[in-house]
Write a protein that binds this ligand. Structure first.
Ligand SMILES: [Zn+2]
Length: 264
């Protein structure tokens, strides 16, 4: 294989790895922020359920006081009836007693309705308490993870960037290397990747078939053939093609794995 192409395969693995590491670095604080928002939401739900419960309780206390008040009044009215002078007075007192009894019954109905609402708010409270515990735990985990990603990825980015700039200097040290590197940069900028593995008669990046003659030139060339050093391009996507004879089935491109196998 053309030694420049071999270096470009490693360069691409480094570029993809750097991209992945930087994406994770950018993603980590976003995940922490999302976890924080989830905790806030649980806290709000919890505080709202507590407020509603307190409100219902004070509402019921009010009804209880009114009921006690009315009961006291009825006792007084009944006492007054014992010493009532005439039928008109008795009728007036009876009317007042009936009115108070109706009022007590209304307050009791209200109390019952409040008890029912309280059951709902208690369920909300339990749910919000659970949710707060869960979201608080995930926030703690996200913070640990973010710190871990920051430390690990920053170190990796630093290390790979250093290797990368050394490799680019090496590739660019010849005229041919410099020209190929600038093609690499141009294609990579436009398409994300510039080098593609030819697998099973196809370009693994764009999945288009490679013409049989070209495939033969690429896959079956011997070190002494006229194309031994040629860098072929995919006729569909323009990426530089390479062929790894050790591989005969398509495998997903993972930068870390490729970096390891390419440097082996
Ligand atoms: Zn292609």
């Amino acid at each position: 294989m053309n030694p420049i192409l071999e270096d470009l395969i490693i360069l691409q693995a480094q570029d993809l790895e750097l991209k992945l590491l930087r994406e994770e670095l950018a993603e980590a604080p976003r995940r922490v922020a999302a976890a924080e928002a989830a905790v806030k939401k649980s806290e709000t739900a919890l505080s709202s359920a507590k407020q509603s419960l307190a409100k219902e309780e004070s509402l019921r206390k009010g009804h209880e006081l009114d009921i006690a008040d009315r009961k006291g009044k009825i006792t007084r009215l009944r006492k007054q009836m014992e010493s009532a002078a005439n039928a008109a007075q008795i009728a007036a007192l009876e009317h007042e007693i009936t009115f108070s009894e109706q009022s007590i019954s209304q307050h009791e109905d209200e109390e019952l309705a409040s008890m029912e609402r309280t059951e709902g708010f208690e369920a909300d409270l339990a749910k919000a308490t659970d949710s707060l515990a869960t979201t608080t735990a995930s926030l703690a985990a996200e913070r640990v993870r973010a710190a871990d990603v920051l430390a690990k990825n920053t170190a990796s980015v630093e290390g790979i960037s250093l290797e990368r700039s050394t490799l680019r200097k090496k590739i660019g040290s010849t005229d041919e290397g410099e020209a190929t590197l600038s093609s690499y940069d141009r294609i990579a900028k436009a398409k994300g990747t510039a080098v593609s593995e030819a697998v099973d008669h196809k370009c693994s990046a764009c999945q288009m078939m490679i013409r049989p003659q070209r495939w033969n030139d690429l896959a079956e060339r011997s070190p002494n053939s006229e194309f031994a050093n040629t860098i072929f391009s995919c006729e569909t996507c323009g990426r530089m093609l390479f062929h790894d004879p050790r591989r005969d089935a398509p495998v997903r491109w993972t930068p870390g794995e490729r970096l390891t196998s390419a440097t082996r």
